[in-house]
Design a binder for this molecule. Structure first.
Ligand SMILES: Nc1nc2c(c(=O)[nH]1)N[C@H]1C(S)=C(S)[C@@H](COP(=O)(O)OP(=O)(O)OC[C@H]3O[C@@H](n4cnc5c(=O)[nH]c(N)nc54)[C@H](O)[C@@H]3O)O[C@H]1N2
Ligand SMILES: Nc1nc2c(c(=O)[nH]1)N[C@H]1C(S)=C(S)[C@@H](COP(=O)(O)OP(=O)(O)OC[C@H]3O[C@@H](n4cnc5c(=O)[nH]c(N)nc54)[C@H](O)[C@@H]3O)O[C@H]1N2
Ligand SMILES: [Mo]
Length: 747
């Protein structure tokens, strides 16, 4: 830690939630004076971000010292939703949680308690520790239909090449772009991804793409909306939402039929090419044009650009995972990467692993086993909601399946669900689809806890106990996925807030001291960091470290399949049953699923499947394009950020708007077959005339939190019009966050 002459301490660390809200990984310098954070800046020495930082991190002081922050534990004293709370001590809060949760366990069994998180903040590791110490297998993202964020992507990669991949932007090389092996991609595809707005997948961001463009990379953008990226693209494809699967199959058709395949790689390292080649004959560009609304010439041009230019890479955005049969679409995209020879090469799609294999957050079953052992994993899988129905829920990722879970909550089958622990998650303002259904199911539960930094609609409506979490400079933690190992360290204390790790650690130890053998959180982190050779304090001095090139547990060198660095048995090849990239998926075959990619129009509503609804609801609703100053439902209270994005908008094409007499600034009623909500119009040509875009997760913390207003969610939340229950056969994918049909009118 450095210190200025004025006595300001400068702490280097990785930033993760709470605060920016994000998926983490930026290197920051936290400036502390007299026990208070006075500013946060980017760390120029950090290998990924080189000093660049998002607006949400820059606004950390407004976040940390906001007057509305939760400052101490609260106990509900009125009815749920009445907004009546009483301050209690941490001891009392822990005692209540322990007693009530043990009562539920005795009455119904430990699986009666659900542990829900939001997106990939480090809460995943914490929740598994708490849930598994208590004895429940039901760790989940409550209400996120088909688990349609990141999990289909991880699962699709896992069954195809045994791992997940990200586009290479030299992020794992110590010398970055100066490394002699580095080659920029000739072409990069941004497939349903707002690179410029969010740190989308941990470390693939807009400015990196700028870096690549300066090195000559050309961009293909696949997005129904004319985004920042589209305006800079060499080629922009504008598909109908939810039809990316058809597009991917047509790309495969062109690449295979025009012989744009890397034959050497396919012969040596792939399995089932002939079967794939045969299958894709059904899917020529003419066929895809009709389905996707993308002219066939553009489909052919894009496929050729990918097939003729190596290295090339593909970034897959979340909307692809919400496609019907999302996991299959992801498989097809991975097949494109593999057969064009772009897997694990410089400038291609890199196989990513945590540095030194330090795991705190179990992304896959393998990591669950690494953290908790095979026996416990097996035992928990027997009762996990959805595991009997979905092989991937049982064998790949240890989540309870949320479309099955909501049914279980309503029917008590296969067993009663009676309590919920909600941490880093705001499902009623955002994550849950079919909001009312989740509210009704959650309201019935006997005991609910919310852990957050601010009072939220979810906490107001469902919680019995609310616990205040510390922001990232108020906690010790470790961050690692596919790049450097970052330390996050506690440098200040704010009010009575406690770090998420401390909260779950304390309670987990009460439930099961054997599973939590460490004396404190730091000792646990030391233990988990052992493979790196660092203790927590040692790495905290530096802030971060990248595994050296060639270290078997990092994301380098390139082409690790050649040298046996990927497989446990150290043989060359991939971590799949055949040891090859499985273009014909033997795991899917074993599980009774289609081993080859296919396309079905199975969105709940669409111009093709439900023409009668399309007549009355003639617009396709997309939701959720990211805002750079907001993270999901967060930051509505932070002045510097709200000023940049003040209103709950709906983006409408000028022709569509004028037909309805709507101009920018008008309030608009948006109606679907399930319900309605309101938004303020932003009339813009970047939207297709047959579509609208609704930024998600809006609530108004400046308005009344108690019922019936509940910070405005019942007026504004678009998820009231999006159903559950359209997951694909794998259990993952297919939550129709994009693609529902709506009509609009001036409110
Ligand atoms: N219509 C629509 N709905 C969507 C989406 C969409 O595109 N469209 N996107 C979906 C996707 S991809 C996702 S991943 C989900 C995300 O859903 P969530 O991750 O639940 O996101 P938030 O609504 O921001 O809720 C997070 C809450 O946790 C708090 N918080 C943040 N960090 C921490 C932390 O580290 N510790 C604690 N204790 N609290 C913290 C915040 O204050 C906030 O209240 O939303 C989904 N919902
Ligand atoms: N600042 C900020 N950053 C974030 C987040 C945030 O809330 N704020 N959220 C984080 C989370 S959890 C996630 S999952 C990621 C998500 O980030 P992304 O994966 O980038 O997802 P979106 O922003 O929802 O949508 C990206 C683009 O896909 C387009 N799109 C919509 N439907 C379709 C479709 O069916 N097909 C195609 N091809 N395109 C479509 C939209 O027009 C949009 O421009 O962002 C993460 N980063
Ligand atoms: Mo997400």
């Amino acid at each position: 830690m450095a210190k200025t002459e004025e006595g300001v301490e400068i702490h280097k660390m990785g930033a993760w939630s709470p605060g920016p809200g994000c998926h983490g990984g930026c290197g920051v310098e936290v400036y502390v004076k007299d026990g208070k954070v006075i500013k946060v800046e980017g760390d120029k020495d950090h290998p990924w971000y080189n000093g660049r930082l998002c607006p949400r991190c820059l606004a950390m002081t407004q976040y940390m010292y906001h007057e509305d922050r939760l400052k101490y534990p609260l106990k509900r004293v009125g009815e749920r939703g009445e907004g009546k709370w009483e301050r209690i001590s941490w001891d009392e809060a822990f005692d209540i949680c322990e007693t009530r949760m043990n009562e539920l366990k005795e009455k119904y069994g430990p699986e009666t308690m659900v542990f829900s998180q939001g997106t990939g903040r480090d809460v995943g590791g914490m929740l598994t520790l708490l849930a598994y110490s208590y004895g429940s297998p039901n760790w989940t993202m409550w209400g996120l239909s088909g688990h349609s964020c990141f999990t289909p992507q991880l699962a699709g990669g896992y069954v195809t090449q045994g791992e997940f991949t990200f586009p290479d932007a030299a992020q794992c090389l110590k010398e970055r772009y100066k490394d002699p092996e580095w080659t920029p991609p000739k072409v990069t595809v941004s497939w349903a991804s707002t690179l410029n707005r969010g740190c989308v997948d941990h470390y693939w961001s807009g400015f990196w793409f700028n870096d690549l463009m300066k090195q000559g990379t050309k961009l293909i953008v696949i997005d129904p909306r004319c985004t920042w990226e589209a305006t800079r693209a060499a080629l922009w494809l504008q598909p109908r939402p939810g039809t990316d699967g058809a597009l991917a199959l047509a790309f495969l058709n062109v690449i295979i039929n025009e012989d744009l395949v890397d034959k050497e790689f396919v012969d040596k390292w792939c399995y089932g090419f002939d079967k794939l080649a045969e299958r894709v004959q059904q899917y020529p560009p003419e066929w895809a044009e009709e389905i996707t609304w993308v002219p066939k010439e553009k489909i052919i041009k894009a496929a050729r650009m990918i097939g003729e230019n190596s290295p090339a890479s593909i970034e897959i955005g979340r909307p692809v995972e919400g496609n019907p049969d999302g996991t299959t679409v992801i498989m097809a995209i991975h097949q494109i990467i593999a057969i064009t020879g772009n897997l694990d090469i410089p400038g291609g799609n890199l196989i990513c692993r945590p540095a030194y294999q330090v795991t705190t957050y179990p992304y896959s079953t393998e990591e669950v086993i690494q953290l908790y052992g095979e026996d416990l994993h097996k035992k928990l899988s027997e009762k996990r909601i959805g595991a009997d129905k979905y092989p991937l829920v049982k064998s790949f990722r240890a989540w309870a399946q949320e479309d099955v879970l909501i049914e279980a909550m309503e029917t008590d089958k296969p067993y009663p669900i009676r309590g919920m622990w909600i941490q880093a998650n705001n499902p009623l303002a955002n994550q849950a689809q079919d909001t009312k259904r989740h509210y009704e199911a959650g309201k019935k539960l006997e005991f609910n806890v919310v852990v957050d930094t601010f009072m939220t609609p979810t906490a107001q409506l469902l919680a019995d106990i609310v616990l205040p979490a510390g922001a990232f400079p108020e906690k010790d933690s470790v961050y690692c996925i596919g790049g450097p190992l970052n330390v996050i360290k506690k440098v200040v204390q704010v009010e009575e807030c406690k770090s998420d790790w401390e909260i779950v650690f304390t309670l987990a130890k009460r439930f099961n001291p054997e599973r939590v053998p460490w004396k404190d959180v730091k000792e646990m982190l030391d233990d988990r960091m052992q493979p790196s050779g660092y203790t927590f304090d040692q790495l905290a001095e530096k802030g971060w470290d990248l595994a050296p090139k060639g270290h078997p547990c990092g994301s380098t060198p390139y082409r690790r399949y050649e040298s046996g660095l990927l497989r446990k048995d150290k043989k060359p090849g991939f971590r799949t049953p055949t040891g090859r990239v499985e273009l014909y998926c033997t795991s899917y075959e074993k599980w009774g699923l289609d081993p080859l990619p296919s396309y079905k129009e199975i969105t709940p509503e669409s111009p093709i499947t439900t023409p009668e609804i399309w007549k009355d609801y003639p617009l396709i609703m997309m939701t959720g394009r990211r805002s750079p100053v907001l993270f999901h439902s967060e930051h509505r209270q932070i002045p510097w950020l709200r000023e940049c994005d003040p209103d709950p908008l709906v983006e409408i094409n000028p022709d569509t708007a004028s037909e309805k007499g709507i101009v920018t600034g008008d309030w608009v009623l948006i109606e679907g077959t399930m319900g309605k909500f309101k938004r303020k119009a932003k009339v813009t040509p970047i939207i297709h005339p047959k579509m609208i875009m609704v930024p998600h997760a809006w609530w108004l913390p400046e308005t009344e939190g108690a019922s019936p207003n509940n910070y405005g969610i019942w007026d504004l939340n678009c998820n009231q019009t999006i159903p559950m229950g359209h997951q694909d056969k794998s259990g993952f994918g297919g939550g129709p966050i994009s693609g529902m049909l709506v009509r609009i009118s001036k409110a």
